[in-house]
Ligand binder design. Structure first.
Ligand SMILES: NC(=O)c1ccc[n+]([C@@H]2O[C@H](COP(=O)([O-])OP(=O)(O)OC[C@H]3O[C@@H](n4cnc5c(N)ncnc54)[C@H](O)[C@@H]3O)[C@@H](O)[C@H]2O)c1
Ligand SMILES: O=C(O)[C@H](O)[C@H](O)COP(=O)(O)O
Length: 385
């Protein structure tokens, strides 16, 4: 018998259309449990999710990625949203304190693309410095700033290649990995890779006089962590990689540093993205449009994690698994380790670099072009570690 609509249990979902496999995970069958719940899915570009759309559609569930800012501005006139899921690792686009105060449940996808990003960083390093594949009595030193899911995963890959690792994370206890100061990591490494969230100074008073107590406040703020002073302390030969958040590096200081030192720099994230000025882009060794986490596995894991969180909130058992949606993956890290030449064939990062540079127009990469590259990105596969 056709289930009659039941307003009490039916769900209206507004979702960023850039979330992988939305319809496979969020539909009448996968969210009904025994309730006969019916789902109305409204897919839009993440940047188009605004207060007016919410007023027009009155969703119970909001599924987003990093380009949708969820805060009082978006929700102050809405009382229908009860669950927000971000299919991302980073949460700097979400005011979690505000959601908690409104008793709106929030879930993100911590760790979903940790292998994807770590493999992206390795691909960048080995594209620019292929000699690092060779086992050596003087192996390269990789400085990792931020030793959470991605930083610690990258350290595993680096160690399996025989590299030295200098790790710095002031919010974790000292360990074999968390073994250096910030100064040591940036001064003594051949490569420095950033894997921190975007945070601001706790209890800082903004120009507007408001004090920052947000969930993105920290005693160890990361905005402009890499500033002129840090760059001046870094040897000119050190390769710098940012696949965390753009504002972790002061873009103006970086541009001046590269002009002065000729430093090799890889950026997957940009302080002023989605717009990128040619004056910076032209100085980068590798530039990609925020796709370090864009593998099929990484994005599907993100969708799976927020789906599971919604099922828990609805007190139903998950009825969909990403493993049903993944084609066979024969890419094994053990084989890649043995045949390093396969690395660049597996993922040619320079193709993504060239695709980004090809969008340059009138001295910049326009926001629409940056977003389109990400929307149309052919998702890579992850090596099986
Ligand atoms: N480019 C991409 O596609 C992509 C993909 C996924 C994640 N990211 C970004 O990478 C960030 C890190 O991801 P993760 O999964 O490792 O997060 P995580 O939360 O697991 O780890 C972050 C680590 O940074 C540490 N940290 C915080 N402030 C620090 C500071 N001032 N100095 C040094 N360490 C500091 C924390 O203690 C934590 O251990 C995310 O917050 C997100 O912004 C980017
Ligand atoms: O934080 C993350 O998971 C990644 O940076 C992710 O790429 C952000 O989400 P997106 O901008 O791809 O929607």
């Amino acid at each position: 018998m056709e289930n009659k609509p039941n307003a009490a249990t039916d769900l209206t979902i507004v979702a960023d259309s850039n979330i992988a496999s939305l319809s496979e995970f969020f539909n009448n069958d996968t969210l009904s449990g025994t309730t006969g719940r019916r789902v109305r899915m409204i897919k839009v570009a993440g940047r188009d999710i605004d207060a007016q759309l919410l007023a027009d559609t009155q969703p119970n569930v909001l599924l987003i990625r990093s380009v949708t800012h969820v805060n009082a501005d978006l929700l102050k006139d809405n009382d229908s949203v009860r669950f927000v899921g971000s299919a991302t690792i980073g949460t700097d686009h979400v005011d979690q304190d505000y959601l908690a105060a409104r008793r709106i449940h929030f879930a993100n996808a911590a760790g979903c693309s940790k292998h994807s990003v770590a493999q992206y960083v390795l691909g960048a390093i080995l594209t620019l410095r292929p000699e690092y594949w060779q086992r050596s009595s003087t192996p390269p030193t990789l400085g990792i700033i931020g030793l959470g899911n991605i930083g610690s995963t990258l350290a595993q890959y680096a160690s399996s290649l025989g590299w030295q690792v200098l790790g710095y994370d002031p919010l974790l206890p000292a360990s074999n990995l968390n073994n250096a100061s910030f100064a040591q990591a940036i001064k003594q490494s051949d490569v420095v890779s950033l894997h921190v969230p975007l945070t601001d100074k706790a209890n800082a008073t903004s120009a507007a006089g408001s004090t920052n107590h947000s969930s993105h406040a920290s005693e160890y703020p990361t905005r402009h962590l890499i500033d002129k002073n840090a760059l001046d302390a870094m040897p000119a030969s050190t390769l710098l990689i940012n696949s965390a958040r753009g504002p972790v590096i002061d873009a103006a200081a970086l541009q001046a540093d590269i002009e002065r030192t000729g430093r090799q720099v890889v950026l997957d994230v940009f302080e002023h993205e989605p717009q990128i000025e040619e004056a910076l882009l032209s100085k980068l060794a590798i530039a990609t449009p925020h796709i370090a986490g864009y593998t099929l596995e990484g994005k599907l894991r993100g969708t799976q994690m927020i789906y599971d969180a919604l099922c828990e909130k609805l007190s139903i058992s998950p009825a969909q698994s990403m493993h049903q949606l993944l084609p066979l993956n024969m890419f094994l890290w053990s084989e890649l380790q043995a045949h390093p030449d396969r690395l660049v064939k597996f993922y040619d990062i320079m193709q993504d670099d060239q695709a980004l540079r090809a969008t340059l127009a009138e001295g910049q990469v326009k926001a629409a072009a940056f977003d389109q590259l990400r929307r149309d990105y052919h998702l890579r596969r992850e090596w099986q570690f």
